[in-house]
Write a protein that binds this ligand. Structure first.
Ligand SMILES: Nc1ncnc2c1ncn2[C@@H]1O[C@H](COP(=O)(O)OP(=O)(O)OP(=O)(O)O)[C@@H](O)[C@H]1O
Ligand SMILES: [Mg+2]
Length: 255
């Protein structure tokens, strides 16, 4: 974990810890002491040319994220949400500033180190992106196997029970509903044992009731496995399931 000097001046971070543990003087403790952050973004810029002009898609963004924190990321279309997830996933590099994850400045990693880093990042997509020739079980194991892990039969059964997919392991993706396909996507990300799970509008294709259930499941599983969850959504109702909500506006945190 990373120690960020200067103590915890961040009200949001303190609120998160206050919610997580019942410790009488926790808030005062936060303010007095240096803190451990799992992820620390400092003065991050991501800049691209737009019509001949430079545009800061991510604009001097600083953010500290704690172990096991769960964040709903809101913001208008084009505000930079997917770009921020891609920076955290190591798929893009900032033009200025630092992104430190678990004591590593990910901008300075070489290709091999970056590949190792990316193995620990789980990604859940809006359009599921299951592999159509593979059944549910093989789709669920795909990411883990790619990264050299071999989930045991017991792990697969346990995960499929949690996801309500125990009777579907031999089914093909086209035989599943949208909600079931997304649960396979969650299983695929979690069997890979990530430390950080990035979900970009994971419920964008689902109706309100299914979306609510998927987000509840995602949050419970991440909490159980102590995985940081950052979920992009356009739905305030879904964001209200999270204690931490961040709003991006023009590449900056707005709330
Ligand atoms: N490689 C690039 N070159 C130029 N502009 C880019 C590039 N990548 C993203 N952008 C621009 O950056 C802005 C932010 O894009 P991003 O995909 O992060 O938005 P978003 O908040 O995820 O939007 P949405 O809610 O629609 O998914 C957009 O205006 C997009 O056109
Ligand atoms: Mg997006």
């Amino acid at each position: 974990m990373v120690t960020v000097s200067g103590g915890c001046k961040n009200k949001r971070v303190c609120e998160h810890f206050t919610a997580m543990v019942s410790f009488k003087h926790w808030t005062q403790f936060c303010y007095r002491n240096d803190f451990f952050f799992m992820i620390a973004l400092k003065n991050v810029f991501f800049t691209r040319q737009d019509g001949g002009l430079k545009r800061h898609i991510i604009n001097d963004l600083s953010l500290n994220i704690l172990p096991s924190e769960q964040i709903a990321l809101l913001g208008d279309s084009g505000s930079g949400k997917t770009t921020l997830l891609n920076l955290l996933a190591g798929l893009l590099s900032p033009d200025a500033g630092t992104i430190r994850v678990n004591e590593q400045n990910i901008s300075t990693l070489n290709a091999n180190q970056l590949a190792i880093y990316r193995r620990k990042i789980g990604v859940i997509f809006q359009h599921y992106q299951l592999l159509s020739p593979l059944n549910v079980k093989d789709n669920m194991c795909f990411q883990a196997r790619l990264n050299g892990l071999s989930p045991s039969e017991e792990e697969i059964q346990k995960m499929s029970r949690k996801l309500g997919l125990e009777g579907k392991l031999n089914a093909m993706p086209e035989q599943l509903s949208g909600g079931e396909q997304q649960r396979v996507g969650i299983g695929r990300a979690l069997l890979n044992k990530p430390t950080l799970l990035l979900a970009d509008e994971p419920t964008g294709n689902l109706d309100a009731a299914r979306a609510h259930d998927i987000v509840t499941l995602l949050k419970n599983l991440c909490e159980e496995q102590q995985i940081i969850l950052i979920m992009v959504t356009h739905s305030q109702r879904l964001a209200d399931q999270f204690t931490t909500q961040l709003v991006l506006k023009d590449g900056q945190i707005n709330g």
